[in-house]
Design a protein around this ligand. Structure first.
Ligand code: PLP
Length: 425
């Protein structure tokens, strides 16, 4: 595969930014090799600067539910851009996008737009602390909530671990109020609330853990989080930056029928433009400034180009029958993968799919049940698969721990390509 133009960009980029990238996983550090530079996308395909075509299963890390350059999103962006890129004022578009989002998120009543998932989570934590007057946040080991200081924590294997940052530059003070519990174990929830119940402002969960492998916490566990937080006067935050509008129109909250106090959103609601949101009841949300005392602001919040892209993207979910289309593709994928396993006479790898999210676990036929169980040799094996797929025109996320995303632009022949590439490798 010809990659010389990408190589030249990489040489220039390395002199200009750390590892030549603007978000670390893009650097291919965990799979080896050098990043590829892209310049075009259409539907399920992306094209690099050397004009190589790839079927894309990373889909802008899940933001592009409808595929690349979805016509209504492109048109909305072009129309708005000609009218000005940003005014720093309310616009009709933020009203319209908020109405669409809130109509899906019943019983949430209000939301506020920000510019990224991280920003949404950061605000949600501050809001939970402001509402409850408490400091501590319970986080699940292995969950990712963006690069918020207090949530960049590694945890031990105990029932409850005091947060210890796994990033340089995060003060002990920032993680002092983070309590980390292992995923899926209700006794850990009992333990943390028994010990710290009166100090806990909120539990934050990724309702489907999709940043460190793919793990379903399950309805019962989520219900337990709901019940125990309520019992102790703490809030429950669902971080739906990935699951929002993906698992279902109403996100994980509707999918499981469990209602948190605060939801955080990003990715799909901006259709590839930088948008995040925090949503909750009127009571909770009106603790935010200028009504309440919890300060939050943003120069580019509610950016009109991002708002119109979000509107077109969410409407497109319905127009393209996103949920039915991706479910059908997913079932087709399951069948094809099962056939590889059968032909091989054993399971050379594990595969898990939850609606339009999927994840391969290489190195063992046993599917890990938590991210802690991912075997160390899964990483080099994934690197082989990743590069083998890349050479054959399939773009997977450049990390063994990241999930794949189906969009309504993928076709059965795209799935055939992915499956045959994996079978060959
Ligand atoms: C569950 C979850 N929360 C928060 C974030 C952070 O979002 P962003 O990268 O837009 O800051 C991510 C990003 O992948 C995420 O998956």
């Amino acid at each position: 595969m010809e990659l010389s133009t990408s190589q030249r960009f990489y040489e220039r980029a390395q002199k200009l930014s750390p590892a030549g990238v603007h978000s670390p996983v893009r650097a291919f550090k965990s799979v080896g090799g050098t990043p590829i530079f892209f310049e075009r996308g259409l539907g399920s395909k992306i094209y690099d600067v050397d004009e190589n075509e790839y079927v894309d299963y990373c889909m802008s890390w899940g933001a592009l539910a409808l595929g690349h350059a979805y016509p209504a999103v492109v048109e909305a962006i072009q129309t708005q851009a000609a009218l000005g890129t940003h005014y720093g004022t309310p616009t009709p578009h933020d009203v319209e996008l908020a109405e669409i989002i809130l109509s899906a998120l019943h019983p949430f009543e209000e939301l506020r737009f920000v510019s990224s998932g991280t920003e949404a989570v950061m605000t949600a934590l501050r809001l939970a602390r402001g509402v409850t007057g408490r400091d501590k946040i319970v986080k699940i080991d292995g969950a990712y909530h963006g690069h918020v200081d207090s949530l960049l924590v590694a945890a031990g294997s105990g029932l409850v671990t005091q947060g210890l940052s796994d990033s340089a530059g995060v003060t002990k003070g920032s993680v002092n109020d983070t309590l980390v519990i292992p995923p899926g174990r209700t006794e850990a929830l009992d333990h943390v609330f028994a010990e710290h119940g009166k100090e806990i402002a909120a539990i934050i969960v990724e309702p489907v853990m999709a940043n460190n492998g793919l793990f379903e916490l399950g309805k019962e566990y989520l219900q337990y989080c709901r019940d125990i937080s309520k019992k102790h006067g703490a809030l429950l935050i669902f971080d739906e930056v990935i699951t929002g509008f993906r698992l279902a129109w109403g996100g994980a909250k509707a999918y499981y029928g469990i209602f948190p106090d605060i939801g955080t959103y990003g990715k799909i609601i901006g259709g590839g433009m930088p948008v995040g949101a925090i949503a909750g009841s009127k009571f909770v949300m009106e603790h935010l400034a200028p009504i309440g005392k919890v300060y939050q602001a943003g120069t580019l919040s509610g950016n009109p180009i991002a708002m119109v892209a979000g509107i077109a993207n969410l409407r497109g979910l319905q127009k393209t029958n996103f949920y039915e289309t991706t479910r059908e593709l997913g079932l087709y994928m399951d069948e094809k993968i099962a056939r590889i396993q059968k032909n091989a006479g054993r399971k050379p790898f594990g595969f898990r799919r939850i609606e339009s999210l999927f994840w391969f676990s290489f190195g063992s036929s046993q599917m890990p049940t938590t991210s802690q169980e991912i075997l160390p040799h899964a990483k080099p094996l994934y690197a082989e698969i990743f590069h083998g797929a890349l050479d054959r025109g399939v773009y997977l996320a450049p990390s063994a721990y990241e999930v794949g995303f189906l969009s309504s632009s993928h076709t059965k022949s795209d799935i055939d390509k992915l499956v045959s590439v994996i079978e060959k490798i």
